[in-house]
Design a protein around this ligand. Sequence first.
Ligand code: 5RP
Length: 225
Amino acid sequence: MTPNLDREKQLAAQQAVQYIQNDQIVGLGTGSSAVHAVQAIGRLVQEGLRIQGVPTSIRTKELAESLNIPLLDINEVEAIDLTIDGADEFTTDLMLIKGGGGALLREKIVASLTRRQIIITDSSKKVEKLGKFKLPIEVIPFASHYVMNQLNQRGGKGVIRTSGDKPFLTDQGNYIVDTDFGLIDDPAALAHELKTIEGLVGHGLFINLTHEVIMGMGDTTQSFR
Ligand SMILES: O=C(CO)[C@H](O)[C@H](O)COP(=O)(O)O
């Protein structure tokens, strides 16, 4: 039977929001899994939960505002207690590819400030090795040609993401280059190497940032720590 992936995301979200406690600062992720978490948080806030949220994208900010979740600007916070976000791929040793929704840069900044990063996914996101999902890489438009050549020299075939007939623009006004490196043998080494390319402002490899993945699976959930 084909799994109901949206239901799995919802189950994972419902489990993750149970970690939230009063007076915490909570990072709000981006994507369809994170939408379930933000909606669940909105319901809890309506029932009296006191938290302040830090959104990882403009669209999550708008959703949170529509649900009356109190928000903080990231520049007002020293640390975030807990963040709930999605992923495009994860391994059981908690390495991720993120950025399918184009919010990877803000998501990584929020994750870097976060004490407990919880990733919620459906069962299609678990992989042995990262890299089937093309790695989203954020580049400043001025450098896109240069960066794509540099990626090519490192074995990565990149394509600028489009929205209609125009390049997709991130919340920072940058491009996303979806890059095929094949299956990635050493994600940490690649992550390190990518940061040496001028004009590349972020990439979707999340290494050592995640504390738990909660994966929906059928009618239940499975946790990886
Ligand atoms: O990284 C992301 C957005 O930049 C998302 O978390 C990722 O794309 C997963 O999305 P979804 O929950 O819709 O499957």
